[in-house]
Design a binder for this molecule. Structure first.
Ligand code: FE2
Ligand code: FE2
Length: 380
């Protein structure tokens, strides 16, 4: 008999304990020790599961939504990707991100709105005439372009082209909701007059021309956007990002992520949004990275090529325009399936928020399977 068994077998005392528990519940309180097992997991407890949302499964539904779900019915026509490990009490893609395929049909204009959560778009399909206007910067988007919508910025979307525009939205809505700080606004005015779209206040390609050259920036550039939620550069052209990858492709690269570049805030070198890190990674032909895990979660969009990611020992295959997630603290390694073509995957993680809160650590496996912890190791 253990000491605990001896304690609980004293029926008279146990009865008194139960009476006290009931009295505490009536007082809206409880003994910590009664739920301690739930509150002190030996390993991070993760409800989300790894998953691939395949574009070939979604394409017909996304295009059909463009035809049968009018603007009046859907203020934004996003099809949210729901993690199969979560129920509808938490309708999200990961613990910290809301991710969606969205479609804008030729000629459509979606009216301005503003919100506290931070958002971003990764452009998949357009003829270069689909746009979003963020705080006066009207950005026409091409495949692989990233544009952020920092917290507290007005934005409206539209398509002046001849083909549907499809992009991937990635927002930190679950983070805003965790802090009970989600707030949205829809009544946009200019000089006191309601407007259905923003008048551009920044010149064409303002972001790229002012901030996209590393190492220098114009002293007169506008440096604070919205709630000062990160980078003053909003629009990042894929051609620039791809050039940056190509420039270092013959280096050894990162053993866990291949040739990877982070999008950075030119003002401080940090991530471009407070809660999300954005990166683009090139997996060279035949490349197979080593495995690591950390206490952030990530969502990936496949921009070029095909391959797979092995997550906690199981292979998840992906190809262009697929979206997949690596939930918190899951071992993962990436594989380019081709021996001749590059694969390029775009990643948005919640690492900046996790690091700021002091909750980040990482475990790395070397090629022999030996594990090293980066950060404060906590023995189980
Ligand atoms: Fe929005
Ligand atoms: Fe990774």
């Amino acid at each position: 008999m253990t000491k605990l068994d001896a304690i609980t077998e004293d029926t008279e005392i146990e009865e008194k304990r139960q009476q006290m528990y009931a009295a505490l519940r009536a007082l809206d309180a409880f003994g910590f020790w009664t739920i301690q097992g739930d509150m002190e997991p030996r390993e991070p407890r993760v409800r989300e599961v790894p998953h691939v949302w395949r574009w070939k499964d979604f394409e017909e539904h996304v295009m059909l939504a463009g035809e049968i779900v009018p603007h009046e019915l859907a203020d934004r026509r996003g099809i949210i990707l729901h993690n199969p490990g979560l129920d509808m009490t938490k309708p999200a893609t990961t613990n910290t991100q809301f991710v969606a395929y969205s479609v804008y049909m030729p000629g459509e204009v979606f009216h301005p709105h503003i919100h506290s959560p931070a958002a971003s778009r990764m452009l998949l399909k357009s003829d270069g005439k689909g746009y979003t206007t963020v705080e006066g910067e009207k950005a026409y988007l091409e495949r692989g372009d990233l544009i952020t919508t920092p917290s507290g910025t007005w934005h409206d979307h539209g398509n002046e082209g001849d083909v549907p525009m499809v992009w991937v939205d990635m927002l930190d809505i679950p983070v805003a909701m965790l802090f009970n700080a989600g707030k949205f606004g829809f009544d946009y005015t200019e000089n006191g007059v309601a407007r259905e779209m923003q008048s551009p206040t920044r010149s064409q390609l303002y972001s790229q021309r002012h901030f996209a050259v590393g190492g220098v920036r114009p002293r007169f550039a506008e440096q604070v956007i919205g709630n000062d939620n990160g980078s003053p550069q909003l629009h990042f052209k894929y051609a620039d990002t791809r050039r940056a990858l190509n420039a270092v492709r013959d280096e050894a690269g990162d053993p866990y992520d291949g040739v990877i570049v982070d999008y950075v805030n030119i003002m401080d070198g940090g991530p471009i949004q407070r809660t999300q890190n954005f990166s683009m990674q090139l997996l060279r032909p035949g490349e197979h990275t080593l495995s690591h895990r950390d206490t952030s979660s990530s969502v990936y969009v496949v921009i070029e090529g095909s391959g797979s990611t092995i997550i906690n020992g199981r292979e998840y295959k992906w190809e262009e325009d697929d979206i997949f997630c690596v939930p918190t603290y899951m071992w993962h390694e990436h594989v380019n399936a081709s021996n001749t073509e590059d694969a390029v995957i775009y990643c948005v993680s919640d690492a900046p928020a996790v690091k700021k809160l002091g909750l980040y650590w990482e475990d790395r496996k070397d090629s022999q399977g030996n594990v090293t912890t980066i950060g404060k190791a906590i023995p189980a």
